[in-house]
Design a protein around this ligand. Structure first.
Ligand SMILES: Nc1nc2c(ncn2[C@@H]2O[C@H](COP(=O)(O)OP(=O)(O)O)[C@@H](O)[C@H]2O)c(=O)[nH]1
Ligand SMILES: [Mg+2]
Length: 332
């Protein structure tokens, strides 16, 4: 008897469906595997992303941004312990724009995180975002999806504050937490009002240190100057991350913000805007890649440079090449 006909595409799909089942059972190795595939955008990634789609949208995504040393990692750790005590599952993504994954800062975070690493309800991944402008790379966004699809109740993202990364994390997080601490007073002054505007919760960590109330007043003043977004006014909370103080209030504020997002319709609006941004990013990357493959981006630039052609003409030529190739491919 002839072997049954198998469709490789269907087989791939069956594989990813099985993988997602294992992820949703909390199998650490399955989640780790999926995260790696998505991070690298491997050949299996598109099928995985497609199969994950029905499982997305459950996780509450909380982004922590702020200056280095403010206590973001400490807060993420304390927050994780707190929500684990309520039996919620947690995914953590630490994004460092410069260090390779084995670098010092991330290693420090790893050590601080060890308390939660042997808990199957917590999955953590560090990502280096080097090679991508700004804070959150498209890879990081796909990893958020993986943790969401794995059924994590809460996904926490820590990015190192570099202005742009706050804005990038704002695009994906349901709750944007801006962390500062006394002694970083200069940072508060330097922090653009824009950062305060996009924060949903403002945290003054290290409230055990002198100057915390002063930091709170500074934030209140800056908030007064900033434009409001909707009818949500970001609460200003004091925490002592190192001792877990103020974490219950922080979690409660995050839940309140989620409720507000849902009631006001802002949640759908944000998620739609985020989808648009992702599609836009994919489109841009694809056009550039195809232009490079069709005519050779560097070669065309070199030609344009030598012949003093303006950049629009060079781009036109590349884009026309892409369009022509697409048309040819459709014909065959
Ligand atoms: N006194 C005090 N120190 C803290 C507190 N939270 C964090 N730290 C310390 O501040 C330093 C920086 O914290 P970390 O979480 O790595 O900051 P990050 O760079 O924003 O991630 C570490 O040495 C922490 O132990 C706090 O509430 N009070
Ligand atoms: Mg950190």
């Amino acid at each position: 008897m002839a072997p049954p006909q198998t469709n490789p595409a269907n087989e791939d799909l069956a594989d990813v469906v099985r993988l997602i089942e294992r992820m949703r059972n909390g199998e650490r190795r399955a989640i780790s595997h999926a995260v790696t595939e998505l991070e690298r955008l491997s050949a299996a990634a598109p099928a995985l992303l497609q199969a994950m789609q029905p499982h997305l949208g459950h996780a509450l995504v909380v982004g922590f941004t702020g200056s280095p040393g403010a206590g973001k990692s400490t807060l993420v750790n304390a927050y994780t312990r707190y929500v684990r005590s309520q039996s919620k599952t947690v995914g953590i993504i630490a994004v460092d724009p410069s260090s390779p994954v084995s670098g010092g800062a991330i290693l420090g975070d790893r050590i601080r995180m060890t308390a939660t690493l042997d808990d199957d309800g917590v999955f953590m991944r560090s990502l280096a975002s080097r090679g991508h402008l700004g804070g959150l790379s498209p890879a990081a966004v796909r990893v958020i999806d993986a943790l969401d699809a794995a059924g994590k109740d809460i996904v926490l993202i820590e990015t190192v504050g570099t202005g742009q990364s706050e804005i990038d994390v704002a695009e994906v997080a349901d709750v944007r937490v801006l962390v500062t601490a006394p002694g970083l007073g200069d940072d508060i002054q330097a922090m653009k009002a824009g950062l305060i505007e996009i924060a949903d919760i403002l945290v003054v960590n290290k409230a055990d240190r002198e100057g915390a109330d002063r930091s709170v007043r500074d934030l209140q003043m800056m908030q007064g100057l900033a434009a409001e977004h909707g009818d949500w006014v970001a609460p200003i909370l004091k925490t002592v991350g190192a001792k877990g103080e103020g974490i219950a209030e922080l979690a409660e504020a995050a839940d309140r913000h989620l409720a507000w997002l849902r009631e006001s319709g802002e949640l759908q609006a944000r998620r739609r805007a985020h989808l648009r941004l992702r599609v836009e990013t994919i489109l841009k990357e694809r056009v550039v890649r195809e232009a490079d493959q069709v005519l050779g981006l560097d070669r065309e630039v070199e030609r344009g440079f030598a012949s003093r052609t303006d950049p629009y003409r060079v781009a036109d030529r590349l884009f026309e090449g892409v369009v022509r190739r697409e048309a040819e491919e459709r014909r065959t």
